[in-house]
Design a protein around this ligand. Structure first.
Ligand SMILES: [Zn+2]
Length: 745
């Protein structure tokens, strides 16, 4: 049966093409991972049709609608946009369009103020001034500076400059005799990025009364290049808003950890919620930080402390402070329960409606959300228009494609987490993969993330798309990746390391990967972008710097859709478990390399006549299990290729095989979760508190703490999962070989 009903090829024409070499040369047969030759030809045709639909003009029109007004989570405008999306999807021809409601712990500012009370008086603006030429920057609905999930309170206390607000920064302050207990700390957004919630937790642990996080021009302002409106970098007044939720402990509504906050759901008391910060926080522009820094006394901030320069980009000497400057901070938050809305629509699969490809993008923005997330939202709307148009013409994918517009991502990955928790059991049974797009476009450089089993199909798919530069997306991706790695003095780019398989947190893929055990992909085009989470991240910025012709938005719709279609139409799902095994081996080797203490005493340290202590953690059993998993993955790849090339597939058998392959990712979950963070169940992928990717999270954290009992236990969990999946691969393989044997002879 064909994938899209109205576009059936006569099999005879394909046989002819294969039989005649000259014809085959003129019209090379497309080969696509997971497809037989005839379905690949068919798929290529469907994709051609699909790619022809999204247009830059429509991308721009949708982007303008989504960026017309500020639309923070829980706001009237954001809820209107939910209804707008639902209406559009119904008109476009999507099936079962519903809006799901979740009642969550709210966090909205009622009152925020910051004043310097000594040695001179300064009242912080906490506002962004209009920019010449950008009409949206005058919008009266732009919020003032605030941090999502800040505590409420009031304090007058000395101010201390604590660089990036990471634990080692407080270590340095202690060495200088500066204690921040009861004081207010001023820290900067660091580059490379570390999640502001981690800075807040660190300040809270240090006993600080409040944390002020400002945008230093060295990180995203004039030290980087021209600032908005002359260039893409952050201007004097830009404020990087953002939540400080401790969602690295558990994401989603803090009062329903692990279950959905549907109306009437059980809720835990606020005091028991581990993801709610207990410290006051405010973000600042450098305009507001400069008068404070200029007045601070105490020791000069170091220019080189463990390789880091505490002096920033402002034309003044940064001091550590702690005495002379005193500030008054007052914050009142409204924490009443509020509804968040997830919009869900689908293109029902023609043959396998109970196998799902899930796509998602968040809708809520700190202000207009020019890049984050409305570039992704515009791309999603063009994608659904194209899929809807084809469905109306009778061209449905084989499997079901579900598309979701998430809410409250910016607050704590809330909408996607609640939705995922609500449908966890169904998703574990039916879901093939999740494809996330958050910031679709801030420039021209493609960044593609994938769970390692899907990395080869991601790379392959980019070969069939055209980059606006005139090259294939694959070529363009390779070039920009090579450039990045040259700068970072990292290994050369190859097909097998092009996709980023190190997946941390910080967007809506988290619940699907870490809680449900779904393979995930994440897509984005990146460029110089200094207005993140500020009021200047808007339509003007996109039209002048990010993607003036909306060509990358269009390419994103095409790429996102083609990936979804390949997963939806594949005969045998395009998972590559041999690649997965090689990646896991890399994770283990890296762990061993970064933690020499796990090898025990180096031989040189052993005194003559003394026996060498055995290493506290032996990774050999895990490495052996990886070898077995890899061998099974290679055997399966060979049988899959043979079966697909033969072109003959039995539907019952393929169903068994595909379901087996879907189960592999689920088997990486440990129901107990990683130690201390039971919600995060994946044993291969996790995130540090900074949001940075953390491979083998349970094992790595135990090794880093030198907690050898836990490390042994985590290594054993990993070994058992590898063994279980090796067995499963072997079962899939024998199902395939017994089915295919009749065809071969
Ligand atoms: Zn975002």
């Amino acid at each position: 049966m064909s994938v899209f009903h109205s576009m059936c090829f006569a099999p005879a024409s394909l046989l002819l093409a294969l039989a005649l070499p000259f014809l085959a040369q003129d019209q090379p047969q497309p080969s696509i991972l997971g497809f037989t030759p005839s379905s690949a030809a068919h798929e290529a045709d469907i994709e051609k049709k699909f790619k022809s639909i999204p247009s830059p003009d429509e991308e721009r029109r949708q982007h303008h609608i989504f960026t017309a007004e500020p639309h923070v989570a829980g706001s009237k405008r954001n809820n209107e946009l939910a209804r707008y999306i639902a209406d559009e999807w119904r008109t476009e021809g999507l099936d079962n369009v519903v809006i799901r409601r979740y009642d969550v712990y709210g966090s909205n500012p009622k009152f925020t103020s910051l004043e310097m009370v000594a040695p001179i008086h300064y009242r912080a603006l906490l506002r962004e001034m209009p920019i010449p030429g950008d009409p949206d920057s005058k919008n009266k609905n732009i919020s003032s500076a605030w941090s999502g999930m800040s505590a409420s309170g009031e304090v007058t206390a000395p101010l201390v400059y604590a660089h990036s607000g990471n634990p080692e920064d407080y270590e340095y302050l202690r060495k200088q005799g500066i204690n921040v207990r009861g004081k207010v700390v001023l820290v900067r957004y660091s580059n490379p990025y570390s999640y502001r919630g981690f800075k807040a937790l660190t300040a809270q642990r240090e006993g600080a009364a409040a944390i002020l996080i400002y945008s230093d021009p060295a990180e995203d302002g004039f030290k980087k290049g021209k600032v908005d409106p002359a260039g893409p970098w952050g201007p004097e007044y830009h404020i990087q808003r953002g939540a400080i939720t401790y969602d690295f402990m558990v994401p989603g509504d803090p009062l329903t950890p692990g279950w959905a906050s549907i109306p009437g759901a059980k809720r835990i008391p606020v005091e028991e919620a581990v993801s709610i910060p207990k410290i006051m926080a405010l973000p600042l522009s450098w305009h507001d930080a400069k008068p404070l820094l200029a007045q601070m006394d105490g020791p000069l901030a170091p220019t080189d402390w463990q390789g880091q320069d505490w002096q920033g980009g402002l034309p003044l000497k940064y001091h550590l402070g702690g005495n002379r400057v005193r500030v008054h901070v007052k914050i009142e938050m409204d924490n009443s329960t509020q509804p968040y809305y997830v919009v869900e629509g689908r293109i029902r699969g023609a043959e396998l409606p109970d196998e799902w490809i899930v796509l998602g993008n968040h809708r809520d923005a700190w202000v207009f959300g020019g890049v984050d997330p409305s570039s992704g939202t515009a791309s999603m709307m063009e994608l659904t228009r194209a899929l809807g148009k084809m469905a109306k013409e009778g061209m449905r994918p084989k499997r079901t494609i579900i598309v979701c517009s998430w809410d409250g991502e910016e607050v704590g990955l809330t909408g996607s987490t609640e939705w995922g928790e609500q449908f966890a059991n169904e998703l574990r049974e039916k879901a093939v993969a999740y494809i996330n797009v958050d910031e679709a476009t801030s420039g021209a450089d493609f960044h593609g993330q994938a769970v390692a089993s899907l990395a080869p199909m991601l790379v392959e798919t980019t070969r069939s798309l055209h980059d606006p530069s005139g090259k294939s997306l694959y070529e363009a991706w390779k070039e920009s990746a090579a450039h990045d790695r040259e700068t970072a003095h990292s290994e050369p780019v190859t097909d097998s390391n092009l996709a980023d398989t190190r997946i941390g947190s910080g967007s809506d893929h988290t619940v699907f990967l870490n809680f449900i055990g779904m393979p995930v992909l994440g897509l984005g085009f990146e460029g110089p972008y200094g207005v993140y989470h500020s009021a200047y991240d808007d339509f003007f910025w996109m039209n002048h710097f990010g993607d003036p012709g909306y060509r990358y938005h269009t390419l994103m719709s095409q790429l996102w859709g083609v990936l979804a279609l390949r997963l939806a139409n594949a005969d045998l799902l395009p998972f590559d478990f041999a690649t997965y095994a090689a990646n896991i081996r890399e994770f283990v080797n890296e762990l061993a390399k970064n933690n020499e203490h796990m090898w025990g005493q180096p031989p040189s340290a052993v005194q003559p006549g003394e026996a060498r202590q055995p290493p506290p953690q032996d990774l050999q059993p895990v490495l052996n299990a990886i070898d077995a998993f890899e061998a099974a993955g290679k055997r399966l790849n060979e049988s899959v290729n043979r079966t697909l090339a033969s072109g003959a597939l039995d539907p019952k058998e393929t169903a068994t095989i595909n379901h087996g392959m879907m189960q592999i990712e689920r088997n990486w979950l440990n129901p107990d979760g990683i130690p201390g963070r039971p919600w995060f169940k994946h044993i291969l992928y996790g995130a540090r508190f900074t949001y940075a990717h953390l491979e083998l999270p349970g094992l790595t954290e135990a090794v880093e703490k030198q907690d050898w009992a836990t490390a042994k236990q985590q290594a054993e969990i990993l070994r058992q999962a590898l063994e279980k999946n090796t067995k499963l691969l072997d079962e899939i393989n024998s199902a395939l070989e017994s089915g295919g044997s009749g065809l071969d002879h």
